[in-house]
Design a protein around this ligand. Structure first.
Ligand SMILES: [Zn+2]
Ligand SMILES: [Zn+2]
Length: 125
């Protein structure tokens, strides 16, 4: 990367460079140049912020997927009472259904605490 002593004449950062910078895979000297450019250039700062939130979103998706896998491995035992057949019929007619801890989830859903929906627990979906 070409290092210009006059920072304000430096070209704007490419997407690749911003990604390298955010991943921390950049040489220290190059990272300093990026850092300096970001401190004077608002448009690159905005692009960096967009990249950051994109990367965070990806990380979150990966995290929640591994949570679901975790939950599927161990189906927690119910902590609410067995539903009546009336309740079950009601749930089957709606889109949502309580998980076995009382959270509202989709028919084949698992709540964030790792409890499956009653319909799934009972093998109805
Ligand atoms: Zn710039
Ligand atoms: Zn829950």
């Amino acid at each position: 990367m070409y290092v210009n002593k006059k920072e304000n004449t430096m070209k704007c950062l490419s997407e690749d460079i911003l990604e390298l910078y955010l991943d921390g895979e950049m040489l220290r000297t190059a990272a300093d140049v990026v850092y300096q450019h970001l401190s004077i250039c608002e448009s690159c700062r905005n692009r960096r912020d967009k990249l950051v939130s994109f990367q965070e979103r990806i990380t979150r998706i990966f995290k929640s997927e591994s949570l679901i896998h975790e939950a599927e491995r161990v189906v927690a035992s119910p902590i609410t009472d067995m539903p009546t057949s009336e309740q079950i019929t009601e749930w089957l007619e709606s889109d949502m259904c309580p998980a076995t801890d009382g959270c509202i989830v989709e028919h084949d859903g698992i709540c964030s605490h790792g409890y499956v929906s009653w319909l799934k627990y009972l093998g109805l979906v």
